[in-house]
Design a protein around this ligand. Structure first.
Ligand code: ADP
Ligand code: ZN
Length: 735
């Protein structure tokens, strides 16, 4: 053995190991946490130095050298590397891919932490140029000039240009040669959190909030707290005070939210009340903006960081607190690639950093409730709405007795009229999970199906299209059945159909539909929510999107149109989810002085679920669900991992899982249950056959031990070459 240090480097490839390299021959050796450029096979790759060692399994002569050190000082701190390693080990995912997920894309591509920003400006000659003549000869060049001319400063950032004119670079180089534009570069600006307005003061906390805050203030060290407060109970006020403490201490707070697009109200509230600009991290940002926010968190220039799932990996200079708002929301769990739960990582990170973590929800997940029961997390309850608001009244409408024509039953329509006549707002909610309008043949009963998935096509009436919500396939809406040629008709309610029938019933009302289709355009969501908040719309129609965290002051009635899907769901989580979704959307009603009402249409009013929900609320639903899970041995009383496999041929998808099963059998462990391989509940998706193998154990350690041994076997098995496969630890979707 020699004394030359060997660098353990994480490279973005799907292999569960680090790779050994030597430092470059000249210059200083890279530090742990720095990026390096390394030869990998016949290509070059960017890697991160995870550790230094003196030993390698390879003879020194065969160890290759780094070509370049990209960071003079470590880009990632030991704490950041700790989280990356923890994530890789817990989710059994290749370390290099975890590093890639943790870095903003510009850094992943090897760009500098402080990249210079280009600015394209139109010159005076350019501004005076004959655009008409140019547009005949070179349309793209003319388009670029027009775009520049139309801005106030006569200049634009490349990021913005790429969005509007994706191929602008070629046009730009021609224009540059002609002297019609100029390109300059400057260093990216540093983040400044200062605002010109003074912070606003909030309401005085009520008794419950006060008690909650004191419990949260007891220590600045690690502790996991569930802030379990009904919708409108003032959880956000409690967060705000606790965040303020941390900021006063000169430390940073990381605030995780399910989807930032849905919570503009929260972001402006945080910013107005704390009197600073938070660094925002979410998928809607340009690469440059994302890097700027990441850098601000890392340098400490931003003290409040608000972000979605992936923000959990953001380096913090001086962390003091992590908050996970709406912890039950499934969007905290990534459903592809690295299948991590940002909520669970938040707890692990807080523990490692020895800081508190607050998990907030009106409908806490059973996993977290169980942790409270066994004493590892502290349960803090806000039982009542804050201020003057009262809880909404829930009631059922029996659709067997009062059929819902066009989605709306007569009793619901009547209630709507009553609330609208009083000058209030109404929300009509469609529970769309696994449910959408389809096309059925009147003659043979054939339902329009996707050719690439085992699923039905969804009717999009306005666009006159059938779309598959699983693979994105679309085709024109037909009038005749594919099978027998007879007339087809739409079956079931979609938001579009509902909107149309409401327009007929309430011709004088302003109706606003808010769902994933109506809000695809940039800014559309913001505009729709704004107008809903200001009360411009009388009736809001929408799906899950509308249930989350919004505060519509004039809203007093929520009608839940199709609540029954969750009653008979096959997933062990169906009833938990349905209760969450109903409670969350009900929470939108009557948030100010006027009392709220919630009417639920169901064909099964006798079902025990309704009695429990109406009489005992979410508390009783979750108590009963926990008791049931304990008996049936589902999470949180056992741990799950799901091995998924997908291939063009069904046999290939199964073959890899057979290999896994065979290996697991030989590992024989009393507490391990292996279920499968079986076809996935949706056996074909986007043209691939999908199969799965479920592992279950009462001990987390057993599950981790077998997965640790299994992963390299699968990586190296020839059967893996023909399939896409993945390991999902703590899966939330079992398909
Ligand atoms: P949550 O986050 O639990 O949904 P919020 O913090 O958004 O609740 O509070 C709901 C509403 O009640 C907001 O309009 C808020 O301003 C108001 N509110 C919260 N706490 C109080 C209080 N102590 N006194 C009066 N109003 C309050
Ligand atoms: Zn499809």
């Amino acid at each position: 053995m020699s004394d030359t240090p060997i660098l353990k480097i994480a490279v973005n490839v799907p292999l569960s190991r680090e790779f050994d390299y030597l430092a470059p021959t000249s210059g200083p050796s890279p530090a742990i946490g720095a990026r390096v450029l390394v030869p990998f096979g016949r290509r070059q790759q960017i890697g991160v130095v995870m550790a230094l060692t003196s030993k390698s399994a390879l003879p020194e002569a065969r160890i290759r050298r780094c070509e370049e050190v990209l960071d003079e000082t470590p880009l990632l701190s030991p704490e950041d590397l700790w989280l990356i390693r923890f994530t890789s080990e817990y989710y059994h995912h290749p370390i290099g891919e975890v590093v890639a997920a943790a870095l903003p894309s510009l850094l992943r591509q090897g760009k500098s932490l402080h990249p210079s920003v280009e600015r394209i400006t139109i010159t005076e000659t350019g501004a005076a140029f004959d655009l008409e003549a140019l547009s005949k000869r070179a349309r793209r060049q003319a388009e670029l000039l027009v775009a520049l001319k139309n801005t106030q400063a006569h200049s634009l950032d490349p990021d913005l240009l790429t969005k509007t004119l994706p191929t602008w670079r070629r046009a730009a180089s021609a224009l540059l040669k002609k002297g019609l534009i100029s390109i300059s570069a400057r260093r990216a600006e540093d983040f400044d959190e200062k605002l010109s307005q003074e912070p606003q003061t909030g309401p005085t906390l009520n008794g419950d909030q006060d008690r909650a805050l004191s419990a949260l203030r007891r220590s600045d060290r690690y502790g996991a707290f569930l802030l379990d407060g009904v919708t409108g109970s003032g959880k956000t006020e409690v967060y705000l005070q606790r965040v303020q403490d941390v900021l006063d201490d000169g430390r940073q707070a990381l605030f995780l939210v399910p989807e930032i697009g849905l919570t503009p109200q929260l972001v402006s509230r945080l910013s107005e009340r704390l009197g600073l600009k938070p660094a925002l991290l979410h998928s809607g940002l340009s690469d440059t903006a994302r890097l700027a926010a990441w850098r601000a968190a890392r340098s400490g220039a931003a003290r409040l960081i608000v972000g979605t799932r992936s923000a959990i990996f953001t380096p913090l200079k001086n962390p003091g607190l992590i908050i996970v708002d709406e912890e039950h929301d499934h969007s905290f769990k990534q459903q592809e690639g690295l299948r991590y739960s940002a909520r669970d990582l938040a707890i692990a990170k807080a523990k490692h950093l020895d800081i508190p973590v607050i998990l907030g929800s009106a409908t806490p997940s059973l996993e977290i409730l169980q942790h409270c029961r066994n004493g590892s997390y502290q349960h803090i309850v806000l039982p009542e709405r804050a201020g003057e608001a009262k809880p909404p009244k829930l009631g059922l409408i029996d659709t067997m007795r009062s059929p819902a024509s066009d989605g709306i039953s007569e009793p619901l329509a009547e209630a709507m009229r009553r609330h609208l006549d009083d000058g209030n707002q109404v929300l009509v909610f469609l529970n769309r999970r696994g449910f959408a309008p389809t096309l059925i043949c009147r003659q043979c009963g054939y339902v329009a199906a996707c050719e690439r998935c085992d699923s039905r096509m969804t009717v999009h009436a306005r666009e006159q299209q059938l779309r598959c919500h699983h693979c994105g396939a679309c085709r024109p809406l037909t009038e005749q059945c594919d099978e027998c040629g007879e007339t087809v008709m739409p079956l079931g309610e979609g938001t579009q159909r509902l909107e149309e029938s409401l327009t007929t019933r309430f011709p004088d009302a302003v109706i606003s539909r808010i769902d994933s289709d109506s809000t695809q355009l940039k800014g559309a969501m913001h505009d729709a929510l704004q107008s809903a908040t200001l009360g411009h719309a009388n009736i809001l129609v929408g799906t899950q999107m509308l249930s989350k965290g919004h505060h519509f002051p004039g809203l007093t009635l929520v009608g839940i149109v199709n609540a029954d899907q969750g009653l008979f769901g096959t997933d062990f989580r169906s009833s938990e989810r349905m209760a969450q979704s109903i409670i969350q959307v009900s929470g939108r009603a009557g948030r100010e002085r006027q009392e709220g009402e919630v009417l639920i249409q169901t064909a099964f009013p006798e079902n025990g679920f309704w009695k429990t929900l109406l009489e005992g609320g979410y508390r009783q639903i979750s108590d009963e669900a926990l008791a049931e899970r304990e008996i049936t041995r589902w999470p949180p009383f056992t741990r799950l991992a799901l091995l998924r496999s997908a291939a063009h041929k069904k046999a290939d998808a199964h073959r890899l899982l057979d290999v896994a099963r065979h290996h697991l059998n030989s590992e024989a462990s009393g507490s391990l249950r292996i279920l499968g391989p079986v076809d996935a509940p949706m056996a074909r998706k986007a043209g691939r056959y999908r199969a799965q193998l479920l592992l279950q154990s009462s001990e987390r350690s057993t599950l981790h031990r077998v997965l640790r041994n299994l992963r390299p076997i699968l990586e190296n098995d020839t059967a893996a070459r023909k399939v896409r496969w993945s390991i999902d630890v703590d899966p939330v979707e079992l398909f």
